[in-house]
Design a protein around this ligand. Structure first.
Ligand code: NAP
Ligand code: G4F
Length: 337
C-alpha cells in the first residue's frame, strides 16, 4: 500500500471525502493557498477517480476507507498532515434510513477510526482536525428552535440515522479535544449547495431538471414534500469557513449558516423564474418514495459566532445561489443536448 512521498516545503492537508461536493471546493482552496493536498479515495475502482484526477491533478490520492483502521493509519503516516479535514460520510439523509448500519459504520465510527489513526501515529500534538458536523443534529423541532436560529449552544434532537451518527461523531471529536488536548474543531454547517452538489440532493435535483425542461430534454420533475425549509448557502463560502476554523488560535465549535430559511417551494419558484416560467406547478409531481419516515421541518442557523470570532462571511445570497446553479446546469446540459 505505497502512497505518494511527502515533501518538506509546504503545509500538508489530508482531506477525506475529496470526491464529494465540499471536497472539491476545499481541495481547490487549499491548493490556491499553497498546500500540498492529499485526498482519500476508497474502493477498488472508484467511479469518481477519473473526474477528480482530471479536475484536480494536484491532489495526491491515497487509497483508504473510513471503515478500515489500517488504511487510515497508512494515510496519516503517508501524508504527515498539518491539517485533516474529515468530510467523508454517508451524507444523504434519505439513504441513511435505508442503510442505517452502514451510516453508523462510516459517518459515526469512521471519525473515531480517523482520530485514533492520528493518535497512534504520534501526531496528535501537531495535527489540526476538522470534523464536518451538521445542522441535522438539531432536528428542526419547534420546541427546540430559538427564534434567532440555532447556535453552538442549542439542544440536539436528531431525526434520522444520519443525524444520530453525526451526533456521535460530533461528541467523539469534542471528546478527543477534551481528553487528549488535540486541536479538533467542529463546524456545524447548515445546508450548502452549488454547481458541485450531488444530483441526489433536492436543490441540484431541481436545478438539473429545470435546465433539462428548458432544453426540452425532460417534461416534469418528481419530488417528495415541498414545505420543509432549509437555511441554504453556497458551498464555496462554507469551505473557507472550515479552513478559517483550523487557522484560529484554539479549537472550538462553530455554526456556519446564512440566517435565512426558505421552503422548497420558494426554491422552485426562483429556479423556474430563471428560465422564464412563472408557475412551477404544472412541471412538478409529488412522489411518496422521496418522503422520509421522519422529516426535519425547518432549519435556521445563527452564524454570529463565526462572523465575530473568525471574520467569516458569505458572498452568495439565496437568489444568487439558485441562479448560479440553474445557469451552470443549462451550460452543462447544452453541451450534451
Ligand atoms: P458528499 O458530496 O456526499 O461527499 C461525501 C464524501 O464521503 C464522498 O467523497 C464519498 O466518497 C466519501 N465517503 C463515503 N463513504 C466513505 C468511506 N467509507 N470512506 C471514505 N470516504 C467515504 O458530501 P458533501 O456535501 O461534500 O459534505 C461533506 C461533509 O459535510 C459530509 O460529512 C456531510 O455529511 C457534511 N455536511 C454537509 C452539508 C451540506 O449541506 N453539504 C451540511 C452539513 C454537513 P465516494 O466518492 O467514494 O462515495
Ligand atoms: O437536499 P436534501 O436531501 O438535504 P437535507 O436532508 O437537508 O440534508 C443535507 O443537509 C444537511 C445539513 O442540514 C447535511 F448534513 C446533509 O449531509 C445533506 O447535505 O433534502 C432537503 C429537503 C428535505 O426536507 C427533503 O425531505 O428536501 C426534501 N425533499 C423533497 N423532495 C427532497 C426531495 N430531498 C431529496 N433529496 N430529494 C427529493 O426528491
Amino acid at each position: 500500500m505505497r502512497g505518494p512521498e511527502v515533501t518538506d516545503t509546504a503545509r500538508r492537508a489530508l482531506v477525506t471525502g475529496v470526491t464529494g461536493q465540499d471536497g472539491g471546493h476545499l481541495a481547490e482552496l487549499l491548493h490556491s493557498k499553497g498546500y500540498e493536498v492529499f485526498g482519500l479515495i476508497r474502493g477498488q475502482r472508484n467511479a469518481r477517480r477519473e473526474a477528480l484526477e482530471r479536475e484536480f491533478p494536484f491532489v495526491r490520492l491515497i487509497e483508504a476507507d473510513l471503515t478500515d483502521q489500517t488504511s487510515l493509519i497508512h494515510a496519516v503516516a503517508t501524508s504527515q498532515p498539518h491539517e485533516i479535514y474529515n468530510l467523508g460520510a454517508i451524507s444523504h439523509v434519505g439513504y441513511s434510513f435505508r442503510n442505517p448500519q452502514l451510516t453508523a459504520d462510516i459517518t459515526a465510527k469512521g471519525v473515531l477510526n480517523l482520530l485514533e489513526a492520528v493518535r497512534v501515529s504520534g501526531l496528535s500534538d501537531s495535527t489540526r482536525f476538522y470534523q464536518a458536523s451538521t445542522s441535522e443534529m438539531f432536528g428542526g423541532l419547534d420546541y427546540n428552535r430559538p427564534g434567532a436560529g440555532y447556535n453552538e449552544n442549542s439542544l440536539f434532537h436528531p431525526r434520522s440515522p444520519y443525524g444520530v451518527a453525526k451526533l456521535y461523531a460530533h461528541w467523539i471529536a469534542r471528546n478527543y479535544r477534551e481528553s487528549y488536548g488535540m486541536f479538533v474543531s467542529t463546524g456545524i454547517l447548515f445546508n450548502h449547495e452549488g454547481e458541485r452538489r450531488g444530483l441526489e440532493f433536492v436543490t441540484r435535483k431541481i436545478t438539473n431538471a429545470v435546465a433539462a425542461i428548458h432544453l426540452g430534454l425532460q417534461d416534469h420533475l418528481a419530488l417528495g414534500d415541498l414545505w420543509p425549509k432549509r437555511d441554504w448557502g453556497y458551498a464555496g463560502d462554507y469551505v473557507r469557513g472550515m479552513w478559517q476554523m483550523l487557522q484560529h488560535h484554539e479549537p472550538d465549535d462553530f455554526v456556519l449558516a446564512t440566517g435565512e430559511t426558505h421552503s422548497i417551494e420558494e426554491f422552485l419558484t426562483l429556479a423556474f423564474a430563471a428560465i422564464g416560467e412563472t408557475d412551477w406547478k404544472p412541471y412538478v409531481r409529488q412522489d411518496p418514495q422521496f418522503r422520509r419516515p421522519a422529516e426535519v421541518d425547518i432549519l435556521l442557523g445563527d452564524p454570529s459566532k463565526a462572523e465575530r470570532v473568525l471574520g467569516w462571511e458569505r458572498t452568495v445570497d439565496f437568489p444568487g445561489l439558485v441562479s448560479l446553479m440553474v445557469q451552470h446546469d443549462i451550460q452543462v446540459l447544452s453541451r450534451h443536448a
